[in-house]
Ligand binder design. Sequence first.
Ligand SMILES: [Zn+2]
Length: 253
Amino acid sequence: MIDTHIHLDEEAYAPDREAMIARQKECGVTAMIVPGVNAMSVEGILDLCRRYPGYCYAGLGFHPQDVKADWQEQWAIIEKAIRENRKELVAIGEIGLDYYWDITFKDAQQEVFKRQLALAEELDLPVMIHNREATEDTLKILKEAHVHGVIHCFNGSKETAQQILNMGLYLGIGGVLTFKNCKLSETLEIVPMERIVLETDGPYLAPTPHRGERNESRLMILVAERLAQVYNCSIDTIIAATNANAKRLFGLK
Ligand SMILES: [Zn+2]
């Protein structure tokens, strides 16, 4: 299993990060992608991924929730880091729009999102996209961009999924699929298996029955199990397909 989105640099993993990563390996997790969220997180992510070559892969980006009054200074640092470390990166992310918590910097969020999409196109890197309560604007901006990538932690309608598929993008599927009353399995009826990747969004969104606990990549097996029911196939088929998809999208060996 490949975890295409885990915030391994977060405090939640600080007490036992090394042991935790070793445990994932034992449980069949073959790679992890760590997205960046702001200027402060750049060095920590690069250092962490350098310690696990061929296992932990870095993305760098500017998360919409971190776009505040100092966004221009932060963007300058992040853009420089992305350019200087291009060869080490497998993606630009996590980027996107988030109107759920705060829309004070809505315009700046859109500007930063567009700049990162342009940079991804220029440097030929896939993007990891975050969208919360901003589907219309996210899709509108993406349609004007020319990027490949994934809508991470997807939990939308069939109509939204279809637009994403039409743009050639992938859907990141995580613990939300296992939540009670989740409609995502209905949406997946129109999503080919070739276009989904597994993710945790750890430390958040642990699958049922671990909801509320710290999420770890090995728990993706519960998501794979649910996907096997949805696609009416074996868990091995889901794992093989999502591994191949993640490798193709992010250029992993
Ligand atoms: Zn995330």
